[in-house]
Design a protein around this ligand. Structure first.
Ligand SMILES: Cc1ncc(C[n+]2csc(CCOP(=O)(O)OP(=O)(O)O)c2C)c(N)n1
Ligand code: SF4
Ligand SMILES: [Mg+2]
Length: 357
């Protein structure tokens, strides 16, 4: 008998169960269908980061309404949260669907995914009113500067002077969605870059915790039509030019005690959110406070003139009243009320008709 083989082999390491979040759910419960986008598309990175943010925040999948318009970006709602509600609407019309859904059920967490074409071209009219109303939802623009799905024409967010692969130069000024959103009264406005996953994850968590509309304009390269020299929405351009205005972390209520960060006086800003979480902002070189609207608009204006690619949270107003608060909606979602509470009775209708005769 060989002495080199132990009679009793060592017990195998216990199989590690899947890691779960505070609801006891594995990350698999937050995933969706397999993506059909081009390999390397920035939109896929955003999808994966959305999955991480929702899982880490412990959002209940069946309490999420995912809404989108039309475009490669708008397809991505299918690639996360298989177990939530979804509505892939008409091109540029997601804001109406989102407004209706969130009015009908105020308990839902609204996540809208759109593209720069879907939002800033055909959908501009709807988008502006969503901002004015401060409909409580996270609104993601997966911004690649082109209409990816229809083969890469310039969109209204393409920078002046940027080039298509064919050499065509954009000679129209770009729409800056963050400036527009602040002007229109949005209380949470940020820009990020899909290759900066660390920053994006924190911004997404803070956006989920925000009570009103949270706009995230995420530069998301289209590898097929807009990732070449001359494009200002390519991976190379973004990596070389991204300039974060601060370091930012979101600390949810249940982690606060452990993660309290010790930052020297004057170097950090703590923004408490209505749900108890905190946005922790560590200043970099610039002395910028995202609670100051005028400073935010000035910063964006200067960045546009100097052609800087700034990322971070430009503006936050956590106490701003949302559309649902303005309407004095009751706590019970309209969708759960019986017809007797949502419609006037036959008798009342008859009386009205009688009065009008
Ligand atoms: C009413 C209408 N007009 C035009 C189109 C064609 N169309 C489909 S997607 C798209 C643009 C999408 O661009 P964007 O929103 O930037 O999304 P991306 O594909 O770049 O992610 C257009 C013009 C359409 N589907 N419906
Ligand atoms: S065409 Fe562009 S935007 Fe559409 S999936 Fe491909 S890389 Fe992404
Ligand atoms: Mg696009």
């Amino acid at each position: 008998m060989s002495t080199s083989t132990p009679a009793v082999p060592p017990a195998p390491a216990p199989a590690a169960g899947p890691k779960v979040n505070r609801l006891g759910l594995p990350v698999a419960d937050y995933q969706g269908a397999k993506s059909t986008l081009c390999a390397g598309c920035g939109h896929d990175v955003i999808t994966n980061t959305v999955i991480s943010a929702l899982w880490e925040m412990g959002v209940e999948p069946h309490m999420v309404a995912k809404m989108s318009g039309i475009g490669c970006s708008s397809k991505t709602t299918n690639y996360f949260l298989n177990r939530s509600w979804g509505f892939n609407s008409v091109h540029g019309r997601m804001p109406s669907v989102a407004t209706g859904s969130l009015l009908a059920n105020r308990n839902l967490v609204g996540i809208g995914v759109s593209g720069d074409g879907d939002t800033a071209a055909i959908g501009m009219g709807q988008f502006v009113h969503l901002l004015r109303r401060n409909v409580p939802m996270v609104y993601l623009v997966e911004n690649n500067g082109v209409y990816g799905l229809t083969k890469g024409q310039f969109s209204p967010t393409a920078d002046y002077g940027s080039k298509l692969k064919t050499g065509v130069v954009n000679d129209l000024p770009a729409v800056d969605l963050c400036t527009l959103a602040i002007e229109m009264g949005c209380g949470f406005v940020a820009r990020s870059f899909s290759a900066d996953r660390k920053q994006l994850l924190q911004l997404l968590k803070a956006a989920i915790a925000h009570r009103g509309l949270a706009l995230l304009d995420i530069i998301s390269p289209c590898v097929t039509f807009n990732d070449h020299p001359g494009s200002t929405k390519s991976y190379d351009y973004g990596r070389e030019h991204e300039s974060p205005i601060h370091e930012l972390g979101f600390v949810p209520t249940w982690e606060k005690a452990e993660q309290e960060v010790d930052v020297p006086e004057g170097k950090a800003i703590d923004v408490p959110m209505p749900n108890g979480g905190h946005i922790k902002i560590r200043k970099l070189e610039r002395d910028f406070d995202p609670r100051n609207k005028v400073a935010a608009l000035n910063l964006l204006r200067e960045a546009s003139e100097k052609q800087e690619f700034l990322t971070g949270l430009f503006y936050v107003a956590p106490e701003k009243e949302s559309f649902l608060d303005m309407l004095n909606l009751g706590d019970a979602p309209l969708a759960t009320l019986p017809e007797s509470k949502t419609r006037p009775s036959r008798k009342v209708l008859d009386e009205i008709v009688e009065e009008l005769r």
